[in-house]
Every structure is written in structure tokens, then in C-alpha cells.
Design a protein around this ligand. Structure first.
Ligand SMILES: [Zn+2]
Length: 814
């Protein structure tokens, strides 16, 4: 017997079940639940994680939701194998009322007494068998149960929506990640317990049911009840199981690889599903080619759920989304929502490989799923939708991640977690954004081709399995970085030979093996990121690294050390030079003296840089004289870094303002956004502290920097997505801050719109600015509020909501 007996008192309720097993040919269970508390047996397991010696192989699930009573009943038959003799089967169950349970020995006729114990704090149940289960044998656990549909946004939950005629309709959908599959069926609810699933759903004929796999047949149970049988799934984790019962409508297309893609939504919004359908077709085709691994299911459904907590969920074959993440109305949606929709679909489809096919062993490595999916959004969309210029926004993600990662409260990308609350905390910017940024840094370091070869090797090797951090690094280690790429270097088996002719630009080629694991461990196992201080003395460049931390006065801990793949360009050479810094301090020797040096080219590295002595002055002169000598990402990164250094008092704020003066000539979206991101919060801070004079001066300063660009904006929806997003931000800023030409124009538009009783169609990208100005008068505010209450279109509602909140009238705000 392997089960452990705890000395800790358990508060779980005891169900004592007598089960008579009548044999395989007649699987009738005569169990009856006796819930009187019975004898006080102790729960035979005292750990949060399940024991490893009972392994699920296949689940047969029958789920029957009742959308009128908002309850559901179910039965789960789970085929298990046992690797060690035991008298108990421990599995997860949360808020399920178990009415019957049995363990059936495969092939043998046996009568078992099965007792069910529940331990609520750990969301576990134990099935206690009278006769021990033997290693090497397989058994089938059968459990019948009922439950209420969840009122939250996880588990098997109720969602509602109103039709255009105002009728309230109910549907039921699932969200299991990370630990809510146990709320829909008893299961081994940990990502490493992969199994196959055969699902049957009962529904009324007026509804339709969806699940991970396509329907293979539908059986009429009664005239008012049908049962859909879904095909057996591939081997997968419980958190990826999904089913929906609804009255949705769909549109479909077939990809060039023959996969059927469908987008499902409430019937009234079906005409907003077309954009997502086309995007999904392109993206799934892209991933099949990129990963060189076919998508293993015959279909992929994308469903927009009216009530949804996160952005979307990657359930295998049935991805689910909040409506605003999937539906796109070409007439009403803004440029940024097109970008968001495309990226979120790219994210969920990338998970079909990263996450679904190859899954993290445990939630501490959630970043393996999320960092990769986030990273792949940019890789895929930049190719499938080049017009969106998605690569412009990657830098912004990294800067956002650094914002939280610079705090003492941050955590390493890979962090130990155990209980469901800790697991939920992993779904943050560090796992998603930082994860993707350090992968991008690694790709820049190894080159795109070598990085991709490593990824493909990793996905092929671990298909249908689970992995840890080091499995990824090991897959990358046998592939060398290819500075001076030689075709012969990449052998058929993806192993490469050392390049004997190591160039001065590739310091790491001096080493026999590139230790990806040692390098990446410094980025995944420590929180935060380094600040690299650069001091130029003639041809010598002195480098020093330290932990960058905000809001901490004492010098940061000295234990922190990163392996930093440094890159730089100089006034003498725009060829990217590389240097792997693995020590606290180091020295680089340049071939000749230079006027300026810029580290972290394109800000592909996850670190910030300080230039000692007159290093910043030279860069500021460069920006003022000829800013396009360096890339827009380099410009944006200098703006970011200079303000980061002000925050830790390495630089004066006047130095940072001096740098921003060049923005008068800036037109590119990233540096402009970065300039606004740094300057506007300082302005708001002063405004809130009633430092009116200084606040006004600063406002003048900011408006002046961007005035030329604001004046150039056309009040329509023309231009690329970047141009439209820039227009949206600039005009909103200008109008809210009272820049008169903007206010006049917005007032004119608002009056026309109000006169038409809101029927006039305003250009979507200037709408928020127009509403914001309209909301400044009492009458305008009331008119907007009346429209807000009428609207069913989510994005429109959000815009009005923002404008209403910008009123300066306290009564209105109240
Ligand atoms: Zn994700």
C-alpha cells in the first residue's frame, strides 16, 4: 500500500459507498451514497500534488447540462494503469456531488467495495478499494456525479447574452486552465497526466455542442434530448479539454493543409466573424509550415464567449475568446483592435504546438507555454500580416515587462508554485512578456535560422510529452550560433561543426560549445535584469553589470550575475558587434577610437545601458543632428533607458529632458509612444500635486514637441495600422490637454454627431478624442451617457466609458 496516512485532521466530508461490481459484461453498479458521515476514516494522501503511481490513460466522459435548472450531471470512466501496489486512487474533484463510484479490474471478474473520501482543501477525492490494485494491471474507475454550472468564469460555467430583440439566452462553456477541469469532471488534473478523451454531450435539439474533436455521430435519446459523440482526442492535459453548449452560428473555411476552421459566435454577431476566420486560416497554415509538424486534429474551432475572464484560451481544437478579442467589425472597430485580434489568434494557435503538443511538466515553467506563444505572435503575424507591422510593438512588450520586473516584488520566470492560488499568480507579465523577450534575445544571439532549428527539434522530440526548462536548452545546445554563416555548418542532423575561423565579432566562437543552458539559467532562475554601465577610455570600453532595481535605496544584491549577449554599433561601424559578458566587469577593445557607441542594438537584449562620462552627451548630439543614423527601436530604447536612469538617480532629469528635445523631428510610432509614455506620467504627477505652474509648463513642452506631428494628422481612418494608432493617441492627448486646434475640430465633430442623434458615422480612430471633448459639457456628457446605455457593441462602449471618465465635473463622475 502506497497511500500515506496523515496525522493532520482533515475536514473533508466522508462518503461511504458500497459498490458491487457485477463483471465486465454487465457493468451495473449497485452503489449507493451514504452521506451520514460514517466512520471517520482518514484521507490516505497528504500532499497537494497527486501520487505518481496511478496514471490515467483514457477518459470516457458523458456530460449533460441543463440550461434551465443551471445544473449538470456526468459520468466519467477513467482507464488507469498502476505502477505500484495500492489500495487507493487519488484524483481531483471540486464541488462535484459524487453519487456512484467503482473500480473495475480489466479482464477479471471481481467484486470490489469502494469507499469515497473527499479532502476539500486539496480538491481531492480518494477511492478506497478493499482489494489492492496490482502493478502492471489496468483498471477502470467509474464515477457518476452532478453539480451546479459554475457562476464564475472557470470550470463548466453559465454565460448569458441578450439578442437584438432583448431576449436573454443561456449557454454553458468551459475554462479549465489552470486547475478547473476538476470542477467539471473528476480527473488527474495536473498537466503531466496526459490522456485521451472520448466525450459525449447531451443537449436539446435547438442547441449545438462543441468540443475539442469533431462529432462522429449524434443519437436521439428522446424527442427533446440528443447525444453528440465526439471523436477520441489525441493525448493531452486535462486543462485543454473544452466543451460548449449554445445556440451559436458559425462560418467556416478549409486551410491549404485541409484543416476545417470555423468561427462561432452568438447569431447576431456572425457578420463580425469573417476577419478572424481569414486570419486563423493564414496563421494555422503558417504554423504547420514553420514548425514542420502537422496540426494533428481535423478541425479548429474559434468561439467567442459572451462572458469570458481572460483574453482567450487555447483548448486543443476549440479555442475560446472574449468577444472583443475575436470579433472585428470593419466599420466600427479601431485599428488597434484589428492588431489585437490578429495577435491573440496567433497566440492561441501557437499554443496548439507550444503548450498543447509539448506541455510544461508543472506550472512553475508556465513561461515555456506563455513566453513562446507571446513570442510566436510576433514571428507569425509579421509574416502572415506584414501590413500590421507587428514588429514595431515587440519592444513595447519588453519595456512593459521591465517595468514590473525592476521591482523588488518581481519573481524569476521559473518559480516554484504548488497550490491553485500560486499557480494563478504565474499568469503575469513576467511569464508572458519577459518570457517572450528573453526568447527574442536568444534568437538574436543564435540567429533566427539556428533558433528555429532548435525549436523544431524540441517540438519533435517532446511531442505529446512534458518538459522542463532544461529540455529546451538542451535542444538548443547542439546547434551552434552562426556568425559568418556557412551553409556547410548545418549538417543534416542539425548538429554543427565549430567554425574554425572565429572572427573578432563573434567572441563566443572561441569556445568549444556554446552553453545555452548556463546563459539562459541566468535569465530564467533570477528575477530582474541587469544595468550595464559603459565607460569609454580611448579604444578601451570598460563594462560593468549590476542588478537594476527601482525603489530600493540600498545597493542591489551583489550575487546577481547574468550572461549578457551584448551587441553594439559605433560611429565608425553600423555592423552589429557581439560580445558575451559573463563576469561582473570586462573590457572590450575597439579597432579605433569612436565618437559614440550604442549598446543593445534594436533593444533585442533584456537589459538597460548607462553611458558614463560624456557618453550620453554624444548620443544626445547624434539624436539632435541626425537621429535616423540609428534605428527607431534604438531611439525608443535610449528614451526609455535615460528615464530609467533618472529613476535610480544615475542621471539628472534635465539630461533626460535634453534628450527628448530631438522628438520634435521624430515621426516613427515607437519613439513617439515612448516619449509620451515617459513624459505624460510626469505631467500627471505634477497636475495631481497641484503644481499648476510647473504642470502647465510641462504640458506646453510636450505639446510643443509633438505639435508638428499633431497638426499633420488627418481626421479620418486612412493610413497603416501604425499610423492610425499614432493618430488615435496623439489626437486624444492633444484634445484632452486642451490643444486648441484639436479641441475646435473635435467640438465641431461632436456637435454634428449629436445633431444626428448619434447616427453620423465618425472616423473610428478619432472617436475617443471627439467623445472626450463632448463629455466636457454637462449636456454632452448626458448625451454620451444615454448612448452608452443603449450600445451593445463592446468596443464602442469602452470608448464612451473612457470619455465619460474624463469629465471634470465631480457630480457626473460620482
Ligand atoms: Zn497563452
Amino acid at each position: 500500500m502506497a497511500a500515506l496516512f496523515s496525522t493532520r485532521p482533515f475536514s473533508g466530508r466522508l462518503l461511504s459507498l458500497m459498490v458491487a461490481l457485477l463483471g465486465l459484461t454487465c457493468p451495473a453498479f449497485s452503489a449507493s451514497a451514504d452521506q451520514d458521515g460514517g466512520n471517520n476514516m482518514q484521507f490516505p494522501w497528504d500532499k497537494m500534488r497527486l501520487p505518481r503511481h496511478v496514471i490515467p490513460v483514457h477518459y470516457d466522459l458523458l456530460i449533460h447540462p441543463n440550461l434551465t435548472t443551471l445544473t449538470f450531471s456526468g459520468s466519467a470512466k477513467i482507464e488507469i494503469t498502476v505502477t505500484q501496489q495500492t489500495s487507493s486512487v487519488i484524483l481531483h474533484s471540486k464541488r462535484l456531488h459524487i453519487t456512484k463510484a467503482a473500480i473495475e479490474a480489466g479482464g477479471a471478474r471481481s467484486v470490489q467495495e469502494v469507499q469515497v473520501l473527499e479532502h476539500q482543501p486539496f480538491e481531492q477525492v480518494a477511492l478506497l478499494a478493499a482489494e489492492p490494485l496490482h502493478p502492471g494491471h489496468s483498471y477502470t474507475v467509474s464515477i457518476s456525479y452532478s453539480a451546479n454550472l459554475s457562476e464564475s468564469f472557470h470550470g463548466f460555467y453559465k454565460s448569458t447574452y441578450r439578442t437584438q430583440n432583448g431576449e436573454l439566452r443561456v449557454l454553458a462553456s468551459t475554462q479549465f486552465e489552470p486547475t478547473a477541469a476538476r470542477m467539471a469532471f473528476p480527473c488527474f488534473d495536473e498537466p503531466a497526466f496526459k490522456a485521451r478523451f472520448s466525450i459525449k454531450i447531451r443537449r436539446e435539439p435547438k442547441h449545438l455542442a462543441l468540443s475539442n474533436m469533431p462529432i462522429v455521430k449524434t443519437v436521439n435519446i428522446t424527442s427533446w434530448l440528443v447525444e453528440d459523440h465526439f471523436d477520441t482526442s489525441v493525448k493531452m492535459s486535462t486543462y485543454l479539454v473544452a466543451f460548449i453548449v449554445s445556440d451559436f452560428k458559425s462560418v467556416s473555411k478549409i486551410t491549404s493543409h485541409g484543416i476545417k476552421i470555423s468561427v462561432y459566435t452568438v447569431p447576431d454577431k456572425i457578420n463580425q466573424a469573417v476577419y478572424a476566420l481569414d486570419a486563423a486560416v493564414k496563421l494555422l497554415d503558417f504554423y504547420e509550415d514553420y514548425f514542420s509538424i502537422p496540426y494533428p486534429l481535423p478541425k479548429q474551432d474559434l468561439a467567442a464567449i459572451p462572458d469570458f475572464q481572460s483574453g482567450a484560451m487555447e483548448n486543443w481544437g476549440l479555442t475560446t475568446y472574449r468577444e472583443s478579442a475575436l470579433l472585428y467589425d470593419p466599420e466600427k472597430s479601431s485599428a488597434s483592435s484589428k492588431l489585437w485580434t490578429t495577435m491573440i489568434i496567433a497566440h492561441e494557435l501557437a499554443h496548439q504546438w507550444f503548450g498543447n503538443l509539448v506541455t510544461m511538466e508543472w506550472w512553475n515553467d508556465l513561461w515555456l507555454n506563455e513566453g513562446f506563444a507571446k513570442f510566436m505572435e510576433f514571428v507569425s503575424v509579421s509574416i502572415t500580416h506584414p501590413e500590421l507591422r507587428v514588429e514595431d510593438y515587440f519592444l513595447g512588450k519588453c519595456l512593459d515587462a521591465m517595468e514590473v520586473d525592476a521591482l523588488n516584488s518581481s519573481h524569476p520566470v521559473s518559480t516554484p508554485v504548488e497550490d491553485p492560488a500560486q499557480i494563478l499568480e504565474m499568469f503575469d507579465d513576467v511569464s508572458y512578456e519577459k518570457g517572450s523577450c528573453i526568447l527574442n534575445m536568444l534568437r538574436d544571439y543564435m540567429t533566427a535560422d539556428v533558433f528555429k532549428a532548435g525549436l523544431v527539434q524540441y517540438l519533435q522530440k517532446y511531442s505529446y510529452q512534458n518538459t522542463k526548462n532544461e529540455d529546451l536548452w538542451n535542444s538548443m545546445t547542439n546547434i551552434c550560433p552562426t556568425v559568418d554563416t556557412d551553409e556547410n555548418e548545418l549538417q543534416g542532423d542539425n548538429f554543427c561543426r565549430r567554425n574554425q575561423l572565429s572572427s573578432s565579432s563573434a567572441h563566443w566562437t572561441k569556445r568549444e560549445t556554446l552553453d545555452v543552458r548556463a546563459m539562459m539559467n541566468t535569465w530564467t532562475l533570477q528575477k530582474g535584469f541587469p544595468l550595464v554601465t559603459v565607460t569609454v577610455r580611448g579604444k578601451n570600453v570598460h563594462l560593468q553589470q549590476e542588478h537594476y532595481m527601482k525603489g530600493v535605496d540600498s545597493p542591489s544584491s551583489t550575487e546577481y550575475l547574468w550572461h549578457i549577449p551584448l551587441t553594439y554599433i559605433t560611429s565608425k561601424s553600423d555592423t552589429v558587434q557581439r560580445f558575451l559578458m559573463t563576469t561582473k566587469t570586462d573590457v572590450l577593445i575597439l579597432p579605433e577610437e569612436v565618437e559614440w557607441i550604442k549598446f543593445n542594438v534594436g533593444m533585442n537584449g533584456y537589459y538597460i545601458v548607462h553611458y558614463e562620462d560624456d557618453g550620453w552627451d554624444h548620443l544626445i548630439s547624434l539624436l539632435k543632428e541626425n537621429h535616423t543614423v540609428i534605428s527607431s527601436n534604438d531611439r525608443a530604447s535610449l528614451i526609455n533607458n535615460v528615464f530609467q536612469l533618472v529613476r535610480i538617480r544615475k542621471l539628472s532629469i534635465s539630461k533626460a529632458f535634453d534628450l527628448t528635445l530631438y522628438l520634435k523631428h521624430e515621426t516613427h510610432i515607437m519613439p513617439v509612444f515612448q516619449g509620451m509614455n515617459e513624459l505624460i506620467p510626469i505631467y500627471k504627477l505634477m497636475e495631481r500635486r497641484d503644481m499648476d505652474d510647473t504642470a502647465n509648463q510641462l504640458k506646453e513642452y510636450i505639446v510643443n514637441l509633438f505639435k508638428d506631428l499633431i497638426d499633420k494628422q488627418s481626421w479620418n481612418d486612412e493610413g497603416s495600422v501604425s499610423e492610425r494608432m499614432l493618430k488615435h493617441s496623439l489626437l486624444l492627448f492633444a484634445c484632452v490637454r486642451g490643444y486648441q486646434p484639436c479641441v475646435d475640430k473635435a467640438q465641431e465633430y461632436f456637435m454634428k454627431w449629436q445633431k444626428s442623434n448619434g447616427t453620423l458615422s465618425l472616423p473610428t480612430d478619432v472617436k475617443t478624442a471627439v467623445y472626450a471633448i463632448g463629455a466636457q459639457t454637462s449636456e454632452g456628457w448626458d448625451f454620451l451617457f444615454s448612448k452608452y446605455r443603449l450600445h451593445s457593441f463592446n468596443l464602442e462602449k469602452h470608448k464612451i466609458e473612457l470619455a465619460l471618465s474624463l469629465s471634470r465635473n465631480n457630480d457626473k463622475l460620482q
